[in-house]
Write a protein that binds this ligand. Structure first.
Ligand SMILES: Cc1cc2nc3c(=O)[nH]c(=O)nc-3n(C[C@H](O)[C@H](O)[C@H](O)COP(=O)(O)O)c2cc1C
Length: 453
């Protein structure tokens, strides 16, 4: 089997993920692997001619293997960019029918959304999707992890041989009405500072007008920052230079820009056109570069909303990412205003609702407890930072200060109570006596709480 490996890690041959691919290569000698360091050499591969050469290689291969690290809910911005260029360059159905699969390493923080992003885009290109493998960074170091890799590859070979893949129609884009922004001349209150972060291009007419529409309905002053105007030296390199002191290896000033111009605001609105099941590669670069914040929810408590042009209701993965980001960041999600609705009034109403809810959240300092998307993600970070605390000192301080180290073994009182209860319940007479009274007993502390202010 001819396998074309698209290595999305910006670390090229030093990629941890790639080592797992090399392990597979070593053990499956009858398969032929060609590895392209797409992530590291994105400046080269985003050129039309070079991208076309990759398309030719895909055509000659039996399987495309996306090998990449999970970066901030999705893939590194460099791979994101490549997917963008690849989809732009492909002629209709040019590589349709080829197989693809993926292999990632990560700490399993939102590995699901990363895999879904690659799957959704593969479906758009007509590729036959074979379920990928999401490994922990350290899995290759254990015999079990290596066995998983062997089993994964056997399964991939079986799937190719037996035509077992998942195929779906490419996502359709729907015609939408041109939204005209209502004129805005009302004076805005200076009480709160709201930043609108966008990657709006000239051609994003609806998005531009939706931003203006939001401003009309919003009672507070807004600042608009177009991240396309920032001169990024490049996407995150995964070098971990920022891990100890928060300083990025690039000297393009992004760290201070982020802290002074964006994180200093009271509320944040993201505005983008949906592209390739995401907010586009330029937004991804902006997201990845925020790695200089470490794993700290530095905008905790800041309400966040979205203005999105595109078929958001059909993008279940993007929805999870939008919600997950707010949950993990402790940001109240004030809404997602889209232009899916086919009337000008409907779009205006969406923007008005977003404006009203954002104002309410700001004025009332609204925060909600995290749901599964936030609790699950935070627990992964909690365990990671505790282990890495010698290096990630800022994160460690933050986690101690905010009580994030909520390890269950520290809850000695609760554990002793449950142990005692377990002991009592193992006595037949006590168990018999307790029959039918458990629910009543369990609700007692809640009843007490009801009596409090
Ligand atoms: C910018 C950046 C973002 C990351 N985001 C995530 C993430 O969202 N989830 C996760 O589990 N790990 C995340 N990681 C950890 C990497 O996925 C992990 O270190 C991976 O094994 C690196 O693989 P590589 O050496 O092939 O690049 C991130 C690392 C970096 C540098």
């Amino acid at each position: 089997m001819k396998v074309l490996v698209l290595n999305g890690s910006p670390k090229g041959k030093y990629s941890v993920t790639l080592q797992s691919v090399l392990y597979i290569k070593k053990h499956f000698k009858d398969d032929e692997f060609e590895i392209l360091n797409i992530g590291q050499q994105i400046r080269k591969y985003e050129q039309k001619g070079e991208c076309d050469k990759v398309i030719e290689k895909i055509k000659k291969s039996d399987l495309v293997l996306f090998s990449y690290p999970v970066y901030t809910f999705i893939a590194p911005s460099q791979l994101h960019r490549f997917v963008e260029v690849l989809k732009e360059r492909l002629d209709h159905n040019e590589i349709a029918g080829k197989f693809m699969t993926q292999l990632t390493t990560s700490k399993h923080f939102y590995d699901v959304t990363a895999h879904k992003y690659i799957e959704d885009n593969s479906h758009d290109m007509g590729l036959g999707v074979i379920k990928g493998l999401s490994a922990d960074m350290d899995d290759l170091l254990s015999p079990e992890g290596r066995t998983d890799l062997m089993n994964f590859w056997k399964y991939v070979k079986f799937s190719v041989k037996n035509n077992c893949f998942d195929s779906r129609e490419a996502t359709k884009t729907y015609e939408r009405i041109i939204y005209k922004a209502p004129s805005c001349d009302s004076k805005k209150s200076e009480e709160y500072d709201t930043v609108i972060v966008t990657n709006c291009e000239d051609r994003d007419e609806n998005l531009k007008n939706m931003i203006e529409g939001f401003k009309k309905y919003y009672p507070y002053k807004t600042r608009e920052i177009n991240i396309l105007d920032f001169k990024f030296a490049g996407g995150c390199l995964g070098c971990f230079n920022c891990a100890s002191d928060g300083k990025c290896i690039y000297k393009d000033g992004f760290d201070s820009f982020l802290r002074e111009k964006i994180q200093s605001a009271d509320a944040i609105i993201y505005a983008a056109s949906i592209k390739d099941h995401s907010l586009g590669a330029s937004f991804k670069r902006y997201d990845d570069r925020q790695f200089c914040n470490g794993h700290r929810a530095v905008t905790m408590g800041m309400p966040a909303g979205y203005i999105l042009s595109g078929d958001y209701s059909k993008e279940s993965n993007l929805k999870t990412i939008v919600e997950g980001r707010c949950e993990v960041g402790h940001n109240f999600l004030t809404g997602v205003a889209t232009d899916e609705i086919q009337t000008k009034e409907g779009i205006s109403e969406n923007l008005n609702k977003l404006a009203k809810t954002t104002s309410y959240a700001l004025e009332n300092k609204l925060v909600m407890p995290q749901n599964f998307l936030g609790v699950g993600g935070t627990k992964i970070f909690r365990d990671l930072i505790y282990l890495m605390r010698g290096l990630m000192k800022e994160d460690h301080r933050f986690y101690k200060k905010h009580g994030i180290y909520d390890f269950p073994q520290k809850k000695i009182g609760t554990r002793l109570k449950i142990d005692l209860l377990g002991m009592l319940m193992s006595i037949p007479a006590v168990k018999k006596n307790a029959k039918g009274k458990m629910n009543e007993a369990m609700i007692k502390p809640y009843k007490k709480a009801l009596l409090k202010d």
